[in-house]
Design a protein around this ligand. Structure first.
Ligand code: PMP
Length: 390
């Protein structure tokens, strides 16, 4: 019997065998020529995956929160104004981080949980003040709401603010075209759609973000997050030269390079399309099972995860039942509705059989929880969605 269950949470996700092999390799010296080559390639590939040919990549040991902190530490100086387009918990978090570095933060919040602020409202706030920077959470993992990054970034450019995208639950899963859309800085973390175990903070900073950093009057208020330390390191690895500031997580960088190569081999457009297909199938199944989603409308919903409310009379015990049927899902995260919904992550290497296994386990779980559903209802809907031509 397999001693493992299918992990379908919004990160960490399941990783490919090639990525896991890289994690298990004997650890090389961080200045070994073969590791320098791998790190250099990973930086080049990161630019391609973020679709930002002129960007400066940063790969640093840490989680997604460090990537958020690096953005704030290097772009904000005390007294700068920042606007946070807030669609959930991770917008709240960005606000707190920006304030920690001295920003005056204005939050433009969604009118309700599961919704996003109207673009006109964001524009009105941008008009009203002299903002240096605006943050957008591409997919807020607490609500499964996807922001309209393309339109918001265009607005940011129009008003001359730096556009910072928290793509932690999005990059390499949701469509994002950093340079074309005018995104000045995008971040992610390794454990999500980019497909590498937790431990890497990943950033691509465009020319305007780098220029803003260069024009700083004072050093960043964090030693570890300061690009002063990291820029020479990234430049050295890309030039295939040894260098050192803080020991890089060698195996994670190796695994990142493997995963980025897999992403580029699939083709970024094909990868976005696969994620959309998988997401449609999961959402069709959820609807067929009569479950409501947290996002208030399909247009607001993310591609990388689905967040259904529990049906009446069911609570988080459902997740135990689904687990006993072989699939691990995540509970709620947004404090206001935490106990009322659950989350299904479907990003990275996810495939059609993962969808069918997950939907099957949800059905079994619902039946074990006492719901009267016809077995196969969700599976039929998922299968029908998957069978539709793209
Ligand atoms: N932003 C978003 C949208 C996230 O989903 C997460 C993690 N769930 C983070 C930031 C923080 O990342 P980490 O947990 O890796 O620090």
């Amino acid at each position: 019997m397999k001693d493992r269950k299918l992990l379908m949470i919004p990160g960490p996700i399941e990783f490919t065998p090639a990525v896991m092999r890289a994690m298990g390799m004997p650890t090389a010296s961080h200045v070994a020529p073969n590791f320098i080559e791998v790190f250099g390639q990973a930086l080049e590939r990161l630019r391609q995956v973020f679709l930002c040919p002129a960007g400066q990549p940063f790969v640093v040991a840490g989680s997604g929160t460090l990537a958020m902190e690096m953005a704030a530490a290097n772009l904000i100086e005390p007294g700068d104004r920042a606007l946070v387009v807030n669609t959930g918990v991770f917008g709240d978090r960005f606000g707190v981080i920006l304030e920690r570095f001295g920003a005056e933060v204005t939050q433009v919040c969604a009118p309700a949980i599961g919704d996003a602020p109207a673009i006109e409202e964001v524009e009105a706030v941008l008009q009203s003040g002299d903002f240096k920077l605006m943050t957008i959470t591409h997919v807020d993992t607490s609500t499964a709401v996807a922001a309209d990054v393309k339109s918001l970034a265009a607005l940011g450019q129009q008003y001359g603010v730096l556009v910072v995208v928290d793509g932690v639950c999005a990059v390499a899963g949701e469509e994002m075209r950093q340079e074309k859309w005018g995104i000045d800085l995008a971040i992610t973390a390794s454990q999500k759609a980019i497909g590498v175990p937790p431990g890497l903070a990943l950033i691509v900073a465009g020319p305007r973000a780098m220029e803003t950093y260069r024009q700083r009057d004072r050093p960043a208020g964090s030693f570890y997050a300061d690009w002063e330390q990291w820029l020479p390191i990234m430049e050295a690895y890309e030039a295939r030269r040894p260098s050192y500031f803080g020991t890089p997580p060698v195996n994670l960088v190796w695994a990142l390079n493997v995963s980025l190569a897999q992403i580029l081999a699939e083709g970024i457009g094909a990868r976005f399309a696969r994620h959309q297909r998988v997401s449609r199938a999961v959402k069709s199944a959820v609807a067929a099972l009569g479950l409501e989603e947290v996002p208030v409308s399909p247009e607001r919903g993310a591609v990388t995860l689905t967040a259904p409310y529990y049906p009446d009379g069911v609570d988080s015990a459902l997740l135990g039942h689904i687990g006993s049927a072989g699939v691990i899902l995540a509970g709620g995260l947004h404090p206001a509705i935490k106990d009322r919904y659950f989350r299904i992550g479907h990003m990275g290497a996810v495939n059609e059989s993962d969808v069918m296994a997950t939907v099957g386990a949800i059905e079994t779980g619902l039946i074990l929880a006492g719901c009267e559903i016809e077995p196969g209802t969700g599976l039929a809907a998922a299968q029908a969605a998957l069978a539709k031509p793209a």
